[in-house]
Design a protein around this ligand. Structure first.
Ligand SMILES: NC(=O)c1ccc[n+]([C@@H]2O[C@H](COP(=O)([O-])OP(=O)(O)OC[C@H]3O[C@@H](n4cnc5c(N)ncnc54)[C@H](O)[C@@H]3O)[C@@H](O)[C@H]2O)c1
Ligand SMILES: [Fe+2]
Length: 393
């Protein structure tokens, strides 16, 4: 089935939106944004009385100068610390448990997650596992974190998953072959340090991929039936910033203004999504990370156009507003996304990751368990979910 077939499917299944739905918005994280804010790190640690943090980062970043930039700031201020730099993409609960053990053995009293979603989520989950003396797997689910984690500072280097301001840590349960989430207000970082200069070395394929993850958060949050007046403004602002900056950040990597725009956008998109959940693009993209190791941002990017084509049928005005935020003057979200994808060289298809139609059932079995399906503005049957995957094949 092609994308056009998906668009032509019945428009039935619109979910009702309640403009007076109750919402509670709380943000325990203090956000620092701007060139040079990394210099604040020692003062922030002092403020929360952390004297021996563990810096948690990933293997890929370890080959760049980014971790050294952070340790230099700590060294200059005489802050005792240790570094764990072996986080892998889509971190497993097993890896997180090893980090938690290091936290305890090293007598660390706080963690700094430096990197993309994988490093930040590992830090968040390890801080919680260490404080609760249990495997991270035990903390999976809604609000299962009993003891407050050690203080968490998040420093994103992709833009991005926005994990620096979310109550989620997404991990891989290797035994179950599935992605699982710890969802708890307690794992929200105390500080999020957004320094655009730390993202200039991010290669183009990760810049575009992680940027599409952020765009997915913003579009799906704005489309969510659980959206609210607080989240809507932030989601639209994130979409606007991504429309303005993702092309330049991808094609002119050292452009700090574009990097700053994207870093702000990824953070704001998750500030919106915290109260709304997401939609079908994430519902399908998250399992694809576990079943076929499709990088998260690329998976979201691939599912975004089919999802928008499917959802706009039941709420055309809302998707026209999204289109005009992304590309001023446009009212056609599929066209606006297609033009963006062309400009950033986003050509990925699911087949490249070994996905075949026989896999759809397995992916959909995992997808339907996600509350992102319930938040989507249009109900989707298994056959319709399969059609969305087919459109991205
Ligand atoms: N917690 C949340 O709320 C949340 C939200 C969305 C996604 N996620 C999760 O986040 C993970 C994906 O995060 P991601 O897309 O940031 O990918 P990632 O953290 O796996 O990083 C991708 C790659 O980019 C490299 N990299 C990162 N920053 C760099 C830099 N500045 N310079 C050079 N290389 C750099 C890393 O080494 C890695 O190889 C997934 O596990 C996903 O499920 C979590
Ligand atoms: Fe995401």
């Amino acid at each position: 089935m092609t994308e056009t077939d998906v668009q032509e499917m019945t428009t039935a299944g619109a979910r009702r939106r309640d403009p007076l739905r109750q919402v509670r918005y709380s943000l325990p994280t203090t956000i620092l944004f701007g060139q040079g804010v990394l210099e604040e790190l020692p003062a922030l640690l002092e403020q929360i009385k952390v004297v021996n943090p563990l810096l948690i980062t990933d293997k890929g970043l370890a080959a760049t100068t980014v971790p050294a930039q952070v340790t230099a700031v700590l060294d200059k201020a005489g802050v005792t610390h240790a570094v764990f730099d072996e986080v892998q993409s889509d971190p497993s609960t097993h890896l997180v448990d090893q980090i938690a053990e290091l936290v305890l053995k090293g007598g660390h009293d706080g963690v700094i997650g430096l990197g993309g979603g994988s490093a930040m989520d590992s830090a968040k989950a390890a801080a919680a596992a260490a404080a609760n003396g249990v495997s991270s797997l035990k903390l999976v689910g809604q609000e299962n974190v009993e003891n407050a984690p050690l203080p968490i500072i998040a420093i994103p280097t992709t833009a991005g998953p926005g994990s620096e301001v979310t109550r989620f840590a997404v991990l891989t349960d290797e035994k179950a072959g599935a992605k699982v989430s710890i969802a708890s207000m307690k794992i929200m970082p105390v500080f999020a340090i957004l320094a655009p200069e730390l993202t200039v070395g991010l290669p183009a394929k990760f810049t575009s991929g992680t940027g599409l993850d952020a765009l997915g958060h913003a579009i799906e949050s704005y489309g969510s039936v659980w959206n609210n007046p607080i989240s809507e403004g932030m989601a639209l602002q994130a979409i606007t910033l991504i429309g303005q900056h993702l092309r330049t950040a991808t094609n002119d990597p050292t452009n700090l203004q574009a990097r700053g725009g994207m870093l702000a956008a990824s953070c704001i998109a998750e500030l919106a999504a915290n109260t709304t959940r997401l939609g079908l693009a994430h519902a399908l993209a998250v399992p694809l990370g576990a079943t076929h190791h499709v990088p998260h941002g690329l998976a979201v990017g691939m599912m975004l156009i089919p999802m928008c084509a499917f959802n706009e049928q039941v709420d055309p005005e809302r998707y026209a507003r999204i289109a005009s935020a992304l590309e001023p003057g446009s009212t056609d979200i599929v066209a606006a996304l297609t033009s963006l994808y062309e400009d950033i060289g986003m050509e990925s298809r699911l087949a490249e990751f070994g996905v075949i139609p026989e896999d759809y059932d397995r992916v959909i079995d995992l997808a339907v368990k996600s509350d992102n399906v319930d938040a989507n503005p249009r109900e989707a049957s298994r056959a319709q979910l399969a059609a969305l995957l087919e459109a991205a094949l």
